[in-house]
Design a binder for this molecule. Structure first.
Ligand code: EPZ
Length: 419
């Protein structure tokens, strides 16, 4: 077991390079199943979740080489078999369910363990299954498994009741070699969906409209391997933007994409944070006095739920009353309890959190309750009086590459200890 220890009070300075987006790389690795060929990912983030989905592909006989020095992943799916993916691995990370669409497209059938829920919500897959059924698959759920069969997939028009990121990705991947045209309406528009479509089109797919709420896919016969450099991680970039704001520092964040960060830039600007947008970096100056604000998480291009916990840490330190409404997940305020151990003043009522800014947070022993909550506790620790010890940091390592090293290079007093 490990902990991250943060001693509060240091200002940050200098610059930080964000890694490639976890939530782009995971569906792209799943998509490589669609061709019996080699795909190469450059500048891939060396993250626990990436290693898990690679292990899932290995469990169905993909050959994968991961070069941690050059951040390169080469996936050879020539020998993929339609065997059952390892249930333990699928349960370990729900994003593994993203191989369902590609496997149905390639083999016409697949059986996989139902992905677990997680701390932040039940995480249903009904919209994924609705899409597979609309494409002509016969889908059965039972005994903790999902099984889908289809002699051939036929393009169709599919309306998503909710713009689910995973469902949009799974359906898009199932449809790329279906017969005829598929239209996904009320599709998720996150940048990671667009990046997946870029990858698929480089493989020979015919996808238009990714990044909007209507995606059109014309089925093609065959796909081939390709090489791809994923987009940068907008949530990691946003996390460091909040770090500058909460510690009243000025830092440069390399790899921050203004377009992808519009909602975060808008809300931090509303608080009084000064930002200077450069080509592919943002200089963030949090030294001014900041105002409290209200935030409502929404599907992209609304404010991202994956930035909610980080913003809560910041708002705990801003004099006045702020309100956060979490509309995406039903249980994504668990970090509030941990922040209250540090002296925060937060009242939770269902999907609404009312935050009264306090003069000072105090260091405490806390636990990461999910990936972004863990990052939020590091942010709070940067400015808390005394030392903060964060447990269950395996959550953080799922989505942030060497987070404590990056903060240390910015001047934070932070280190990882084995316990
Ligand atoms: C993706 O999860 C991300 N994960 C999440 O990031 C992110 O928080 C989420 O999108 C929302 O932006 C990856 O990309 C690997 P959804 P996903 O399907 O696809 C409901 C992180 O921190 N829903 O858009 O699972 C669901 O209950 C992680 O990196 C259905 O009702 O999210 C939820 O309320 C956490 N039926 C809402 O949609 C379905 O079939 C959003 O879920 C699917 C989803």
């Amino acid at each position: 077991m490990e902990k991250i220890v943060v001693k509060g009070g240091n200002k940050l300075s200098g610059e930080v390079n964000v890694s490639s987006a976890k939530n782009s790389v995971l569906p792209i690795i799943a998509a490589s199943i669609l061709c019996a060929d080699k795909c190469t990912l450059e500048n891939a983030p060396m993250l626990e979740d990436v290693f898990v989905i690679c292990d899932v592909l290995k469990s169905i006989s993909c050959n994968i080489s991961i070069d941690k020095q050059s951040n390169r992943i080469v996936i050879d799916t020539s020998d993929v078999t339609c065997s059952e993916a390892s249930s333990d691995l699928v349960k370990k990370m729900r994003a593994s369910f993203l191989i369902m669409g590609p496997m149905i497209a390639r083999f016409g059938k697949f059986k996989i363990s139902l992905p677990g829920g997680c701390n932040i919500g039940t995480r249903p897959i009904d919209l994924h299954l609705k899409g597979f059924t609309a494409l002509g698959a016969e889908v059965n759920v039972g005994h903790g498994f999902v099984e889908a069969k289809a002699n051939r997939l036929i393009g169709n028009k599919i309306y998503l009741d909710f713009p689910s990121v995973g469902a949009t990705e799974n359906i898009m991947m199932a449809a790329v070699t279906a017969e005829g045209e598929t239209i996904i309406e009320n599709a998720a528009a996150e940048p990671e969906i667009e990046d997946l479509a870029v990858f698929l089109n480089k493989m020979g797919a015919k996808i238009t409209g990714a990044g909007t709420d209507t995606i059109r896919i014309i089925g093609v016969k065959k796909l081939k391997g390709t090489t791809h450099k994923p987009i940068y991680d907008r949530i990691e970039a946003g996390t460091f933007m909040v770090a500058a704001a909460i510690s009243k520092s000025k830092i440069r964040i390399n790899g921050a994409n203004e377009e992808h960060l519009k909602p975060v830039i808008a809300k931090l600007t509303e608080m009084g944070v000064i930002m200077e947008i450069a080509e592919d970096s943002i200089i963030v100056d949090g030294s001014k006095n900041l105002k409290p604000i209200d935030i409502k998480t929404m599907p992209y291009p609304g404010f991202p739920t994956d930035m909610q916990a980080q913003m809560m840490s910041l708002l705990c330190c801003i004099q006045g009353t702020s309100v956060i409404t979490e509309t995406i997940f039903e249980n994504r305020f668990m970090h509030a309890q941990e922040l209250k151990r540090m002296g925060a003043n937060i009242k939770i009522d269902g999907r609404t959190a009312v935050i009264e800014g306090v003069e000072r947070l105090t260091g405490a022993e806390v636990k990461a309750t999910d990936l972004r909550a863990g990052a939020a506790l590091i942010l709070a620790g940067l400015v808390a009086e005394g030392t903060t010890e964060i447990g269950d940091i395996y959550h953080i390592d799922r989505g942030y590459v060497s987070i404590e090293e990056k903060f240390k290079r910015l001047g934070a007093e932070i280190y990882r200890i084995k316990i």
